[in-house]
Structures are given as structure tokens and as C-alpha cells.
Design a protein around this ligand. Sequence first.
Ligand code: FES
Ligand code: FES
Length: 161
Amino acid sequence: MAEHAIGLTVNGQAVSASVEPRLTLADFLRQRLRLTGTHVGCEHGVCGACTVLMADGDNPVQAVRACLMFAVQADGARLTTVEGLSPEGELNDLQRAFQRHHALQCGFCTPGMLATATALLAANPRPSADEVREAISGNLCRCTGYVPIVEAILDAAERGR
Ligand code: FES
Ligand code: FES
């Protein structure tokens, strides 16, 4: 299959690659860039494990499903994966709140939860508990530990004021 040249920014680094049009963004991140913090669960847009942050042109940062996008569709975009949330290798405020509230158990959903919560707090810095629950309703935690996750996001919002 013919490959396509793409250029994008991932975690602040310019990336150029040649990709088959059928390569998903999730597989591109994990297999080509070795950014394996982006997890793959259902591979059809249901679980949210693959959620990453994407900004394109003047559009604000959005949480997107990397399993539902092809890598070619990210051409020109600015992506942030969990590896890029805290460029200095330190936990950021949201990650610290997850740590404080024990908001991760097995951790499989955590990168997607962090991406979704980051997009939420960027758009709505003072969400209510219901708004947090609504925002993460597309991110499934198989360990069913949603209470501490909601508390962590609300705590991060509170401290970010
Ligand atoms: S792996 Fe993408 S939503 Fe489940
Ligand atoms: S912490 Fe186990 S799936 Fe979320």
C-alpha cells in the first residue's frame, strides 16, 4: 500500500514519518514512536484507554481517541501523550492529585483519564462533580475505582484556582 508523508508535533518534538493510510494513530504512537503510555483496549472507541490530546491550527486542545484516528489524519497536528504531560519528568498537578487520592489501581485507564481530565480542565477550570463524571464517562476503569478519580480531578481543579 502506498505510504504518505506526515509531519506533526508530538510532546513538543517535530516528527516526520511515512505511514500507510490504514495505520491508526494509536499504533503509530506506540509502535513507531515507542510512546507506549498510550494504551489500547477495545480498539473501537469505547474504552478511552487510547485518549490523547490534540490541537490543530487555532482549535483548542481536545481529547481524541487514538484508536479511531488514522495517523495521516494527525498530519500537521500538535499531540500530547501521557509522556508529554510533564516534560521535566516530574508529575504535574493533575498527576499529583491522582497520586494523593489513590486514583489509579492497575493504571491501565490512567493515561486516557489524565488526557480527558486535562482537556476538561482546560475548557472548564471549575467543573462540578457531575461535570467531571460526565467528562470521564467515556473512559472505562476496569477496576471500577471512579470515586477517587473524580476526587482527584476536583482536587486538581481546586488547587489550580
Ligand atoms: S482503545 Fe481506543 S477507545 Fe478503547
Ligand atoms: S485503574 Fe485499573 S482500569 Fe483504571
